[in-house]
Design a binder for this molecule. Structure first.
Ligand code: ATP
Length: 235
């Protein structure tokens, strides 16, 4: 059963109040895979992550992690099961410094990265360890948001547009971090609009439009799907 999905989403529907936003989303992620969700603003990418994580509660369908049903679990149990969410807004505590921000979320697994390992992976965070959240650049905040989830021991990272608004050199560094995490066997669900960035790490792409999955293909086949991609992204 090596190819059985680690995370399996079937016919996922989700609502904000009365507004039906996700319409029958299907998604599979195998262990160690990096899967990228592409789609234009408002397509439902963030909502998919929030629905999988259980932050958005009004959902129907199936979300299974190694066969365990996550749909009924509260958020902290979903985190304990191994899912770590890095929201687009990053959620860095402005009044705490880097080291304090890192220690904030509780560990969910003993296998979580040690602070030493984190500083090896993110040397700039080590340099900035006593700097307050407010003093960090966008790139440093993004690194810290990823690092914080790695420390908890999450096995599947849900990353929402980690490159948004960042300079190319920082985007490159985030790419290097994702490659390093892949090499460590991390499983990643990445939401991106920047497919040029995503292609460096994605084993598979999903295309999303109006709350629905409209396509899926292996990473190396990206070029063959450029027309559909341009249409879906509106570029
Ligand atoms: P973006 O890149 O802008 O984050 P996205 O693909 O992640 O786009 P979502 O944020 O998931 O899209 O939004 C999907 C739909 O849900 C949109 O129509 C959006 O207007 C709506 N929506 C998002 N957040 C809320 C909310 N808190 N309340 C009501 N509707 C929302």
């Amino acid at each position: 059963m090596r190819d059985a999905p680690l995370l399996e989403v079937r016919d996922l529907n989700a609502w904000y109040g009365e507004s039906h936003v996700l319409h029958g989303v299907d998604l599979d992620i195998r262990e160690g895979e990096t899967v990228t969700l592409l789609g234009r603003n408002g397509a439902g990418k963030t909502t998919t992550l929030r629905a999988i994580m259980g932050i958005l509660r009004r959902r129907e369908g199936v979300i299974r992690l190694r066969g365990q049903d996550l749909l009924k679990l509260p958020l902290h149990k979903v985190a304990q099961a191994g899912l770590g969410y890095v929201p687009e807004e990053r959620g860095i505590f402005a009044s705490l410094n880097v080291a304090e921000n890192l220690m904030l979320p509780p560990k969910v697994a003993e296998s979580g990265m040690s602070v030493e390992e984190i500083y090896r992976l993110f040397p700039n965070l080590h340099e900035r360890r006593t700097s307050q959240g407010t003093k960090l650049s966008g790139g440093e905040q993004q690194m810290l948001a990823i690092a914080r989830v790695l420390r908890t021991g999450a096995k599947i990272l849900l990353l929402d547009e980690p490159t948004e608004g960042l300079a190319p050199v920082i985007v490159q560094r985030i790419g290097d971090v994702l490659v390093a995490l892949k090499e460590r066997g991390m499983t990643i669900l990445l939401v991106e609009q920047n497919f040029r960035f995503a292609r460096k790490v994605a084993d598979r792409f999903y295309l999303m439009e109006d709350g629905r999955m409209v396509g899926s293909f292996p990473g190396p086949e990206l070029d063959a799907h450029m027309d559909q991609l341009h249409e879906v992204l509106g570029v």
